[in-house]
Ligand binder design. Structure first.
Ligand code: SF4
Length: 273
């Protein structure tokens, strides 16, 4: 079992941009430039890895981009499965969570359960303003009147800052989750964050994910057993009702919003597609 000590890649800088926030890029760090040569390499790798197992995709990403490979997780079932794979392939990979201040206690507890099982301590990255400061600035909870701005301030901006100092990030999205996610490549250039984006589970189904969780006793959020197939911040997540087939029906329920803006290209304000 890997050590439970927090491990950062050797090139990771020590200073944070703000208390609890992402870290400054290391001295001498050069971001990747999306040159035609790089884009061609990514397209070729993506096509070659289309039929690969997630472990093979993660191993390729580690070999190609470490120590500048990172992963963002919201502690969903897919993220937990990738963490279980990373523990075997590259446990030193820097993994972070966008800790909005509005996450369920069960989600925060899962972070510790994963650390105990796999020795991977996910770094909880917080926005520059605490929840009380943010709500005071806006005269109350912004998620009630402008969730796009709230997601932008408390997720997208933090991920954008966290992207500095890295070349590539992994995410747990699956193509069958939504029409928007159906367009995800295994490997692609992410214009929004100026990083290579790798989606090792793009071709997996929900059943594949849960089969792995059950087979390997991967820790998961107990709210999934209480009617919450998809879990985000508590103010914007509800349990789904019997007969609701869309797993994301409980996210921003009653609004047109379907995504926090992390996995969409068109909008820059957290509105999603
Ligand atoms: S999911 Fe809701 S509470 Fe969380 S950042 Fe977005 S709008 Fe704010």
């Amino acid at each position: 079992m890997p050590s439970s000590a927090l491990v950062f890649p050797s090139a990771a800088p020590a200073e944070r941009l703000w208390p609890g926030g992402p870290r400054l890029p290391a001295d001498g760090f050069q971001p990747l430039d999306p040159t035609p040569e790089l884009l061609a390499e990514l397209a070729e790798a993506s096509a070659r890895l289309e039929a690969a197992q997630p472990e093979q995709i993660i191993a390729w990403a580690h070999q190609r981009f470490a120590p500048h490979l990172t992963m963002a997780t919201a502690f969903g079932p897919e993220g937990a499965v990738i963490l279980s794979m990373l523990a075997r392939i590259a446990p030193e990979t820097y993994v972070f969570n966008l800790d909005t201040g509005y996450q369920f206690l069960e989600t925060l507890d899962l972070r510790d359960r994963i650390a105990r099982k796999y020795g991977i301590e996910v770094d909880m990255l917080q926005p520059a303003l605490t929840v009380p400061q943010y709500e005071a600035q806006h005269g109350g909870p912004l998620y009630k009147i402008n969730p796009n701005q709230c997601c932008f301030d408390r997720k997208v901006k933090v991920l954008r800052a966290a992207a500095q100092g890295h070349h590539a990030w992994m995410s747990g999205i699956r193509r069958d989750q939504s029409p928007d996610r159906a367009r995800a490549a295994i490997v692609e250039w992410d214009k929004k964050f100026n990083l290579v984006k790798i989606s090792p589970l793009a071709n997996w189904t929900k059943k594949d994910v849960w089969t792995r969780i059950m087979a390997e006793d991967v820790p998961y959020n107990p709210l999934h057993d209480q009617g919450y197939p998809s879990i985000g911040c508590w103010p914007c997540t509800r349990a789904v009702a019997d007969g609701e087939t869309d797993d994301r029906a409980g996210r921003w329920s009653g609004t047109a919003k379907t995504e926090c803006g992390l996995h969409t290209l068109e909008q820059q304000d957290g509105s999603g597609i």
